[in-house]
Design a protein around this ligand. Structure first.
Ligand SMILES: Nc1ncnc2c1ncn2[C@@H]1O[C@H](COP(=O)(O)OP(=O)(O)OP(=O)(O)O)[C@@H](O)[C@H]1O
Length: 252
């Protein structure tokens, strides 16, 4: 099997409604091993719902979700938790603990989830990751002392500390200035290479999508209406809804 064809996530025919609000209306999507897949869609189209279904925080009404070969539909909580450890979730708001130093923030998931690590091993991991995200000097700082971009980097480092196979980035560039956006986009690409992750990047930012995404998936009216490389999806877009999405982002 080619590396590109190996699927780490397979979503088939997934439907999810909240009363009369039919949010996902038959979603099919694959995440291939080693790729960055960008999920695009207007506000309220169900991107977060899809992520919540993937990590078992919500349950679909119909369809199936298979992650790393495991069908998640009837997983027991213990198995689901084991699977969740292989999925790193980089939240929009970085979600750092304000009362902990950068070192403590990074250590926290390790100490909670990986038993029997020596102090030396913990230090090595924390320091290695801070080096990777280019912020070794922040180790003893508090989150309040960091810039928005630095917080994002630390948040990504903290997610990586458990060595996830799949990364989920929720609006990684939201609220950042253009230069910092470039840094974060580069970091997302670096993470893919360095840590061999497969990632889903949820974003409204088409520059982020273009730079980080091996493929785009555009969610419209509860279904993925276009999936493929950036140029294929946007440059030749004939669907006016997809075209308007592009025009909105790149106003001439
Ligand atoms: N727990 C819930 N109960 C009821 N409705 C919900 C729930 N979660 C999400 N929804 C609804 O599902 C729809 C999709 O929400 P979702 O948060 O997935 O959108 P989104 O595409 O992530 O938007 P944004 O880009 O603004 O973050 C919305 O209409 C929302 O109100």
């Amino acid at each position: 099997m080619h590396r590109e064809e190996e699927k780490v996530v397979e979503i088939r025919g997934v439907k999810k409604s909240f009363d009369e609000n039919h949010v996902l209306r038959g979603v099919d999507l694959d995440l291939h091993k080693g790729e960055n897949l960008v999920v695009l869609g207007k506000s309220g189209t169900g991107k977060s719902v899809l992520i919540k279904l993937m990590v078992g925080l919500l349950k679909q009404d119909e369809g199936s979700i298979t992650i790393l070969g495991k069908n998640t539909d009837n997983l027991k909580l213990k198995e689901l938790n084991k699977l969740r450890l292989k999925i790193g979730f980089a939240f929009q708001a970085s979600a750092l603990y304000d009362s902990m130093t950068v070192r403590e923030n990074l250590e926290f998931p390790l100490v909670r989830n990986v038993k029997n690590l020596s102090r030396k091993e913990i230090n090595k991991k924390v320091e290695g990751l801070l080096d990777s995200v280019g912020l070794p000097k922040t180790i003893n700082q508090m989150p309040a002392e960091l810039s928005g971009g630095q917080k994002k980097r630390i948040g990504i480092a903290r997610t990586l500390i458990l060595e996830p196979e799949i990364m989920l980035y929720d609006e990684p560039t939201a609220g950042l200035d253009p230069t910092t956006c470039i840094d974060i986009n580069n970091l997302i690409n670096q993470v893919k290479e360095e840590y061999n992750t497969s990632s889903i990047v949820i974003t409204h930012d088409l520059t982020c999508a273009k730079v980080t995404g091996d493929r785009m998936a555009v969610l419209i009216d509860g279904q993925f209406q276009a999936v493929g490389p950036f140029e294929e999806v946007f440059a030749q877009a004939t669907n006016p809804r997809i075209k308007s999405f592009y025009d909105y982002n790149f106003i001439q």
